[in-house]
Design a protein around this ligand. Structure first.
Ligand code: FAD
Length: 966
């Protein structure tokens, strides 16, 4: 703690003045009298008398001598004069502080001096920062009294200052903000929007800092020890030196404060805005009534630097490209959320060549797809990405570790160590009746549609459930619930948050909850959904039946347990957003048998380390903790970076070779996914051969890709029709039915897709049938391309295959000629492959649907006259798959449907591709992208599943009209 001084004049009194012992009072009176005369004011006579009386006092004579001396020095050494002037000025100010109150003129003059933003003003800030609290209070009383007209936020500030009163950051008023996505909490910089200058804002920030008690035990940084000796309560997970940061700001050294914070946390502009400060740094602040706004100070520093100089955040000097230098082995970072980004930043800074592999086409993880821009502008994530780029860090998007490549494959590609920061993006549902209905979706899906895919903007393709004027309920009480509710509110919804406990138990950041309430969002507490009810055939939800709850004894979380009272309440709803938290995404775990996970699916780490059960593979953030916080994720990324940067076991030449290999691999991942060939198969049906070497290398029969045609397009699933690992190409067949597929079909050879991720889903399960049984494929229309590679695998295994390919009409048929795919297979496997064509209009093959010949085969099998059908694989229009499923059920023939359902991220993160299935009489939720795409068609609840395809029919029609498709 810095030493406090009881008399402010002692704080800055110069040595010479103390030695001479001259009295400020005499000098001050003499000086004031001179001013009266100089300015020709009306007390000239009195002033003259005073001068005569004082001019021979010791103090005044000394003062005059000093002035003479100063004048001489001014000529010889202007710098010294300036310093002396400052020192003497401070003495005068210190003298003023000894008066009962600071007068108006002095206060205004002092403020003006502080505003000058020069050496003198910095000194003044330092002076005020160091004076005892009683003088600080005097200063705050003075600005409250004398400057309140100019600064309305000063009015009343002195009441309860410093502990219980402060100048809050600028929050846009609810009526201005509730309909747009602009930043709500504009921080102290927000006052610039009201016409205050940059320096004025800096002083407002400094006034906040001035409240600091300068505590010795640093609770804001270190937290408070717990009685049980466990991890400290509160404090900063990345150990920002908060007291020092505040001290530097208190002394007016804002730049130095920024440098200090950057050392500990490359994301202050992010974490300062989204951290739950009320349970971390601010939660243990000794000003417990109104803690210092540490979060606001944290993001003020980078933001103000950005305002002063757009390049300030990128002042990375003397940077040598670590890939070119190749002195350290390459590191792979999986996932670009806060954990991955901070890890990549710190390792790049240490000179490691780093590649970040991200599943989405955009970077930032939850910071981008989850947290809306009215809370966290995307350009702040871009800033961090740019910084990493500047230090040589590389990014590969649309790359799903566990699918595009395994961890082992990354190591084989040259990466020495891997950090997994894949988050916990698998939304939870309640598994209650009616939850499958249209109009019920996860918060992840809703927020991703809006934040990532910009579905609310007219020129973007992704559909969004209707919200304007609709009754929207959000289930949950955390940050995700607040973000979803406030987003729906901005889209015109009448929004209620349904929470099973009371407001006091809500885990959301206090600020977000407060803002939600200000924005007219209703809270329905002590309510929990029991059932969702829909009225029409399309299965859109119309009502929610809620259990009325009460609070019982505390549960494991320490919060009182909600208990159903037996009473219920029914409310009308059009849209239900489930914000119940996230479980762990199984993709990485499922692909890595050696990776130890907890019973909740989180990746386990060794004690006191971030290393997983696989050597040289580290993890942190939500992947390890389950749903947690951004700052804890950042803390883990930081801790892992320290561990990763250990002893390098390679020779110089080995490192060079690893770097070259990892760089080649990275470049492959970054290569534009270009259309090499475009083949018109039939009217409205196009085959694309696309360069996508990493997908081609990992593709297996039955898998699909997630395709983004163009920047403003929609993410759609397209099954792999074929691939060529040698050429690095994949084949996609697209029928232009919806606006996205129609737009994609207009792309030409040489065009790049905005992003293709894959291969996704589980590969087909292939069995060898030894007894001459046949595997029947029923392919409807463009169901043929996904059938093709699966069928080929069966043939390669020696299984007999019957293909029943159905088309609406002959003109829509493709791949049937002898030199085309099916024809070539027939030639290659004449004894193993039977092909039957059907057309709905009878223009080719059998007249009718694929079910016709299938039924005949089933009957022959039953009669013992035809081949035994080992299994049926059905791929095509959902109604056809259902018909096939219904047909085979009575015969007890295993039937698999490959589902191409509505999805957004296609990795399980959104839950949109829900397939209701019945297992042992219970409805269970399966996801086409994680559990499928192939599912046992006999357990699918088709009545519930099929209406899901109609969810966005209206939006689809609107999109078609917008593009001029009819
Ligand atoms: P994430 O941010 O989840 O990032 C993981 C990244 O990995 C994603 O980009 C994902 O696409 C990618 N990925 C996943 N699987 C793979 C794979 N197999 N291969 C490649 N990439 C993959 N915390 C706060 O502190 N304050 C808040 O206000 C707050 N609000 C929130 C609001 C919402 C809506 C949500 C959902 C969460 C919120 N959180 C908040 C929680 C916080 O965002 C998370 O704790 C934090 O983002 C976790 O960071 P992470 O880096 O571990 O993972």
């Amino acid at each position: 703690m810095s030493q406090h001084i009881d008399n402010p004049s002692q704080a800055q009194e110069s040595d010479s003045s103390r030695e001479c012992g001259y009295h400020h009072v005499d000098v001050e009176r003499y000086y004031q009298a001179s001013l009266e005369i100089e300015n020709n004011r009306h007390h000239i006579e009195d002033a003259r008398e005073e001068i005569t009386e004082l001019q021979h006092t010791e103090a005044v004579e000394l003062f005059k001598k000093q002035v003479g001396l100063l004048q001489k020095r001014l000529v010889n050494d202007p710098k010294f004069f300036q310093q002396t002037f400052i020192t003497e000025g401070i003495n005068a100010i210190a003298w003023e502080f000894q008066q009962d109150e600071l007068n108006a003129e002095f206060t205004r003059t002092l403020w003006e001096l502080m505003l000058r933003n020069d050496d003198m003003s910095t000194l003044l800030l330092r002076f005020l920062w160091n004076i005892p609290l009683k003088f600080k209070r005097k200063f705050v009383r003075a600005i409250d009294t004398h400057l309140r007209e100019r600064y309305p936020m000063f009015e009343g500030l002195s009441n309860g200052w410093p502990g219980a009163n402060n100048i809050p950051p600028y929050i846009r008023p609810p009526h201005e903000r509730a309909d747009d996505f602009d930043l709500v909490n504009q921080g102290y910089m927000g006052y610039m929007g009201l016409g205050y200058s940059f320096r004025e804002v800096e002083l407002l920030v400094w006034l906040e800092v001035l409240r600091d008690k300068q505590c010795d035990d640093r609770p804001c940084e270190l937290g408070l020890p717990k009685m049980d000796g466990g991890e400290n309560e509160g404090g900063c997970p990345v150990k920002i030196h908060i007291p020092e940061m505040i001290h530097l700001m208190g002394e007016g050294k804002f730049k130095q404060a920024f440098q200090l914070i950057k050392e500990a946390n490359p994301l202050p502009n992010v974490t300062g805005r989204v951290c739950p400060q009320e349970i971390q740094c601010q939660g243990v602040c000794t000003h417990n009534e109104r803690p210092i706004e540490i979060g606001q100070l944290e993001w003020y520093l980078p933001q103000s630097e950005k305002v002063l100089n757009a390049q300030a955040n990128f002042d990375i000097k003397d940077f040598d490209n670590p890939w070119a230098k190749a002195e350290k082995p390459p590191i792979a970072v999986v996932g670009s959320g806060p954990a991955g980004l901070i890890n990549a930043y710190l390792l790049s800074k240490e000179g490691y060549p780093v590649t970040v592999f991200e599943a989405f086409h955009e970077l930032g993880g939850v910071l981008r797809y989850g947290i809306p821009e009215f809370r966290l502008p995307n350009d702040l994530i871009d800033d961090v990405v740019m910084k990493i780029n500047q230090m040589g860090g590389k990014f590969v998007t649309n790359f799903i570790v566990g699918k595009t490549a395994t961890l082992e494959a990354l190591k084989r590609a040259g990466f020495w160590k891997v950090f997994i920061g894949t988050g916990a993006g698998l939304p939870r549902f309640m598994n209650i009746p009616g939850e499958h209905m249209n109009g019920i979706l996860s918060a992840n899906e809703f927020l991703t549609r809006v934040n990532l895919m910009k579905a609310h903007k007219d020129d973007y393709e992704t559909p969004l459930p209707e919200t304007r004027g609709k009754h929207v309920i959000v289930i949950g009480g955390g940050n995700t619930a607040m973000d979803a509710a406030r987003t729906a509110r901005r889209l015109g919804g009448k929004v209620s948050i349904v929470y099973r406990r009371t407001q006091d138990e809500m885990p959301a950041r206090v600020e977000e909850l407060h803002h939600a309430l200000e924005e007219d969002i209703e809270l329905k507490v002590l309510r929990s959904p029991r059932e969702f009810i829909g009225s029409d055939k399309k299965q859109f939800v119309t009502h929610a039946l809620l259990d009325v709850m009460e609070l019982g004894e505390p549960d494991a979380s320490g919060r009182r347990r909600p208990i159903a009272t037996g009473e219920t309440e029914e409310i009308p709803v059009d849209l239900v957003i489930m914000a119940l938290g996230n479980a762990s995404n199984p993709i990485v775990k499922d692909a890595e048998p050696g990776l130890k996970t907890s019973k909740w699916g989180t990746i386990e780490v060794k004690s006191g380390s971030q290393e997983t059960s696989i050597d040289d593979v580290y993890t942190g953030g939500d992947a390890n903790r389950g749903g947690s916080t951004a700052i804890k994720a950042a803390g883990d990324g930081q801790a892992a970076a320290r561990e990763i940067a250990g002893n390098v076991p390679f020779t110089e030449s080995e490192i060079k070779s690893l770097v070259a290999s990892a760089e080649r691999y990275t470049e492959k991942g970054q290569a534009p996914q270009k259309i090499m060939h475009k083949i018109e198969l039939a009217e409205g049906i196009v085959e694309f051969v696309v360069y996508s070497p990493l997908i081609a290398k990992s593709a297996r029969a039955g898998q699909f890709t997630r395709v983004l045609g163009w920047d403003k397009g929609e993410l759609i699933p397209l099954t792999l029709a074929d691939w060529d690992a040698e050429q690095g190409t994949i084949d996609l067949v697209v029928q232009g039915l919806g606006s996205s597929s129609m737009m994609i079909n207009q792309m030409s050879e040489g065009d790049d897709f905005a992003g293709i991720a894959g291969p996704l889903g589980l590969p087909s399960q292939l069995h060898r049938y030894d007894n001459g049984e046949t595997v029947v494929f029923t392919a409807g229309g463009v169901g043929l391309p996904p059938v093709y590679p699966i069928m080929r695998e069966h043939l390669r295994m020696g299984n007999h295959v019957t293909l029943i390919a159905g088309f609406r009409t002959k003109d829509l048929m493709f791949w049937a000629e002898p030199d085309q795919r099916i024809g070539l297979l027939q030639a290659e496997y004449p004894d193993l492959l039977d092909v039957i064509y059907t057309t709905n209009d009878g223009s080719f093959g059998i007249n009718g649907f694929v079910t016709g010949p299938l039924e005949q085969m089933l009957e022959s099998m039953k009669a013992g006259t035809g081949r035994t059908i080992a299994e049926v694989v059905t791929i095509g229009p959902p109604l056809m798959m259902r018909a096939v499923s219904d047909l085979t059920r009575p015969y007890g023939v295993k039937t698999v449907a490959s589902l191409n359902s509505i999805m957004v991220d296609a990795t399980g993160m959104c839950g949109a591709c829900m397939v209701p299935v019945t297992i042992e009489g219970k409805m269970v939720r399966k996801h086409a992208c994680i559990d499928g795409p192939e599912l046992d068609s006999h357990i699918i609840d088709w009545d519930k599943f099929l209406p899901r395809f109609l969810q966005f029919r209206k939006q689809e029609d609107e999109n078609k009209a917008r593009h001029g498709f009819s």
